[in-house]
Design a protein. Structure first.
Length: 365
C-alpha cells in the first residue's frame, strides 16, 4: 500500500494569484492527445492543471526518493535526472546515476510532449522500490530537458504509469508488469482509494483489495480495450433521462486526470443544468444551490454509478465552487470517449485487474 497525498493543484495556485486565464492563453491544454497521440513520441497529459494525488517511490541503491503521480492513463515511469538543467528539473528531485550501484544505462531515448511542455531524455535500468516491494532491473526514463513552465509548477517529480504495455513508449515494460512477472504481488491486480477527506488516507494498493474502504460488492466491468483502462458506458442520465452518451460511449478510468471530461455536446448539457453561464473554461457554480442539484448517473454494464452534487462540484479554497466536468472532443471507432478522473474515483473504490482484464467498482467509504 502506497499512501497518496492530495496536493494543492496548479489550477488552485494560479487561481489564488489571479493567473488562470493568462496561463491558459499561453499554455492551452490538449486533452485528447494523451489517449490517441498523433505520433509515437507524443503523450499529452489530460487536465494538466488539476493533478493532485501523489505518492513516494525510491529508485537506486541506496534509494533516491521521488514524488510521482500514479497514473492509470499512461504506462511509463520517468523522473528528472541530474543532467537536466531546465528550471522544472531544478525545482524537483533529480536522480543521480553515479550514486546508485545498481544503475545500468542504455543508448535508447525517450521523448514525451504534454501540450504545455515536453520531456526529453534517455532510458535506464535500476531497482525501483514501491513501499516494501523491490523491483530489480526496472526500465525507466530520465529527463534531460523539460522546457516550458508546466512541469515547473506541478507538485510531483515524475510519473509512474499503470496502463498496459501496448501504449508504453519504446516498449518499456511498465512497473506493474514487472511486479507480476517477478511474482512480487499475490494477485495480478491493484486498487485505488481516493478521498477528499484530509483526515483519511488515500492509497494505491499493489496486489490486493481492501474491503474496509468500500460498501457492498464490487461490480466487475470487462475492458473494451487493453491499452488504457477503457470500458463501455451505457449512458449518462440526470432526472431519470439521458443527458449525455445516449447511445453508449467509451470511458477511460484515469487516476491521472482530476475532472470528468467528455465530448462538448454532452458536457454542455450537464453544465447548462448545473453551472453559471461563462465564456471561459472555468465553469463556476453558485455554492448555495449545490444541495438542490441532481445526481448525475453513469450507467455502466447495466449498473448505476451516481455522482451526487457534492462529488461533482469542487469547493475551492477561496470559497467559490466549480463544476467537476470539462469538455474535450474525441471520437473513437467504438464511440465518443469520456475520461473518468478523480471526481469519479473519489466516489468509487476501483480495482484494476490484469489477470481478467476487468475494472471493479464499488461505492467508497
Amino acid at each position: 500500500r502506497v499512501s497518496l497525498r492530495k496536493e494543492k493543484s496548479l489550477r488552485q495556485s494560479l487561481m489564488e494569484n489571479n493567473a488562470v486565464q493568462d496561463f491558459l492563453s499561453k499554455h492551452p491544454p490538449s486533452l485528447a492527445a494523451k489517449y490517441f497521440p498523433t505520433a509515437a513520441t507524443y503523450e499529452a497529459l489530460a487536465n494538466y492543471m488539476d493533478l493532485e494525488y501523489v505518492g513516494t517511490i525510491a529508485i537506486g541503491t541506496p534509494p533516491q526518493e521521488f514524488t510521482v503521480l500514479f497514473d492509470t492513463g499512461s504506462s511509463n515511469l520517468w523522473v528528472p535526472s541530474v543532467y537536466c538543467s531546465s528550471d522544472a528539473c531544478a525545482d524537483h528531485h533529480r536522480y543521480n546515476p553515479a550514486l546508485s550501484s545498481t544503475y545500468r544505462g542504455t543508448a535508447d531515448s525517450i521523448s514525451t510532449w504534454y501540450g504545455t511542455g515536453s520531456m526529453k531524455g534517455y532510458l535506464a535500468y535500476d531497482t525501483v522500490q514501491v513501499e516494501d516491494i523491490q523491483v530489480p532491473n526496472q526500465i525507466f526514463g530520465l529527463s534531460m530537458y523539460e522546457p516550458g513552465s508546466f512541469l515547473y509548477y506541478v507538485p510531483f517529480d515524475g510519473f509512474l504509469g499503470l496502463a498496459f504495455p501496448s501504449i508504453s513508449f519504446s516498449n518499456a515494460t511498465p512497473v506493474f508488469d514487472n511486479m507480476m512477472s517477478q511474482g512480487l504481488v499475490s494477485q495480478n491486480l491493484f486498487s485505488i482509494y481516493l478521498t477528499p477527506d484530509e483526515e483519511k488516507e488515500s492509497f494505491v494498493m499493489f496486489g490486493g483489495i481492501d474491503d474496509a474502504y468500500f460498501t457492498g460488492n464490487l461490480t466487475w466491468i470487462p475492458l473494451s480495450s487493453e491499452t488504457y483502462w477503457q470500458i463501455k458506458v451505457d449512458s449518462i442520465t440526470m432526472y431519470g433521462r439521458p443527458i449525455a452518451c445516449p447511445y453508449g460511449c467509451q470511458g477511460i478510468v484515469d487516476s491521472g486526470t482530476s475532472l470528468v471530461a467528455g465530448p462538448a455536446a454532452g458536457i454542455y448539457n450537464i453544465q447548462y443544468e448545473i453551472a453559471v453561464p461563462s465564456p471561459t473554461p472555468q465553469r463556476m457554480v453558485n455554492c448555495s444551490f449545490i444541495s438542490r442539484l441532481p445526481d448525475i448517473i453513469f450507467i455502466i454494464n447495466g449498473v448505476q454509478f451516481p455522482l451526487p452534487p457534492e462529488a461533482y462540484i469542487r469547493q475551492l479554497r477561496d470559497g467559490s465552487c466549480m463544476s467537476g466536468f470539462e469538455a474535450f472532443s474525441l471520437h473513437t471507432t467504438a464511440g465518443d470517449l469520456w475520461i473518468l478522473g478523480d471526481v469519479f474515483l473519489r466516489r468509487y473504490y476501483s480495482v484494476f485487474d490484469r489477470a481478467n482484464n476487468m475494472v471493479g467498482l464499488a461505492p467508497a467509504l
